[in-house]
Ligand binder design. Structure first.
Ligand SMILES: *[C@@H]1O[C@H](CO)[C@@H](O)[C@H](O)[C@H]1NC(C)=O
Ligand SMILES: *[C@@H]1O[C@H](CO)[C@@H](O)[C@H](O)[C@H]1NC(C)=O
Length: 411
């Protein structure tokens, strides 16, 4: 009896140690904190898999717990006036500096798009709420945080279109005047999937006929920028990194397009390209667009092209979406990049999405767009959002400060 419990105790201890312990690169600061944080994410992910398997609740439905757990009610305070509204039918949270009366100068504005793989996240999560307030107080700017609808309930292009509708509504002279915003000083920004939406909106807006007000800047924080090659060196190197392992990113991509699991399986194997998307592989050729240091240890081989996209062909919409630059902003020719607003791109070494960001840096610069590239050698995906106790990281503060500094100087 007693021996039995000891054995059980030891087994549990080693299981949990094994579970928490993961080879996290030495360079990463606060490694133990990151391991613990990540063990929570992994446990939830396993729970979500189990729940989907036994038919309780689908995977993303369980993962959505992260969003709910960090949800706050955004309230006005002494410095920031917060209102929740609908812009052209889409929910937004608007943060404005509290009025100091008189005929003050027009403010700058930042349209912010939260991350979460198009499936999770909300403007109303505390890290996003805090970031918005910080931008308002430090820049004396208006922040428009968009509560776009999420996959899998709303597949592509719904999340993108929600964002685009809000941006078009906001960028009207009379609407900007109502919020005291200077039409010449507006940026769009977002992290992860939000960075994807920000890049896509920047591209589409410059093609919009009759669009008077344009964006001045785009700030992309570890953005997702392409779905065609999910075996870039950063996907290979960071396959099992904390917060965003490759499997989860592939899951987000496939759920963005369809709930048909065939696409997930094809994307896992990197055999999801079809003859239509294969013509665009040249735009994400990492042997050309990554500086040598990032690809020298890897031999380039183009993703396999399978008629029908490796079994994902049953989902015709998904096949077309793969080649759509509104989902993968890297898939446009150079001519479409030339007149884009200046860009800030943040990348992290330990992130599957590192190479998406770096390839966009290379391509934008080659097209003559002014780009500030900030690469964090010890950074991991999601870093900027870890500002709230107990999952607060030093790197989040550095990232936030540098990001806001860029906005201050460039918007
Ligand atoms: C990618 O670039 C390499 C080296 O320049 C080249 O050999 C290869 O054909 C290219 N592949 C595609 C799909 O563009
Ligand atoms: C890349 O190709 C070279 C030459 O064929 C080979 O020696 C090397 O082992 C390959 N590296 C990888 C990571 O596959």
């Amino acid at each position: 009896m007693r021996l039995g419990s000891i054995v059980l105790f030891v087994a549990l201890c080693s299981l949990s140690a094994y579970y928490i312990y993961e080879p996290i690169p030495e360079e990463i600061e606060e490694r133990w904190k990151l391991m613990l944080t990540n063990s929570f994410f992994r446990s939830l992910s396993h729970l979500a898999d189990f729940s989907e398997l036994v038919g309780l609740k689908d995977y993303m439905g369980v993962m959505y717990f992260i969003t709910l757990a960090e949800r706050v009610v955004p309230l006005s305070d002494q410095h920031v006036k917060v209102t929740e509204q609908k812009f052209d039918g889409v929910e937004v949270v608007l943060y404005q500096p509290q009025h100091r009366g008189g005929d003050r100068e027009l403010s700058r504005a930042v349209i912010y798009l939260h991350g979460g793989g198009w499936c999770l996240g909300s403007s109303r999560m505390s890290p996003y709420d805090l970031l918005a307030r910080k931008i308002v107080t430090e820049m004396d700017a208006v922040v428009l945080s968009v509560e776009y609808r999420l996959a899998p309930a709303h597949h592509f292009p719904v999340p993108y279109e929600d964002v685009y509708r809000v941006v078009k509504h906001f960028l009207q002279e009379d609407v900007l005047a109502q919020y005291h915003v200077d039409p010449e000083r507006i940026a769009v920004s977002g992290d992860s999937a939000g960075g994807n939406l920000a890049a896509a909106v920047s591209q589409q807006l410059q093609k919009e006929p009759g669009q008077q007000v344009q964006l001045k800047a785009q700030a992309l924080i570890y953005p997702v920028l392409q779905a065609l090659d999910l075996n870039t060196p950063s996907y290979q190197q960071n396959r099992d990194m904390p917060i965003l392992p490759r499997t989860l990113m592939v899951r987000f991509w496939s759920e963005y397009f369809t709930s048909d699991k065939a696409l997930f399986r094809a994307m896992m194997a990197n055999t999801h390209n079809n003859p239509e998307s294969s013509n665009l592989l040249k735009f994400v050729n990492w042997s050309n667009f990554l500086p040598e240091t990032y690809h020298k240890k890897y031999n380039y081989s183009a993703p396999a092209v399978v008629a029908g996209g490796g079994g994902a062909g049953g989902t015709d919409g998904a096949t077309r979406s793969l080649a759509d630059p509104r989902a993968s902003p890297l898939l446009v020719p150079d001519a479409s990049l030339r007149s884009l607003p200046k860009a800030y791109i943040l990348t992290c070494e330990y992130d599957v999405l590192r190479d998406d960001g770096i390839m966009y840096v290379t391509r934008l610069r080659a097209a003559g767009v002014h780009v500030t590239h900030e690469h964090y050698d010890t950074g991991f995906h999601g870093g900027l959002m870890f500002t709230v106790w107990p999952t607060d990281f030093l790197i989040a503060r550095r990232m936030t400060d540098n990001y806001i500094k860029w906005l201050m100087e460039n918007v």
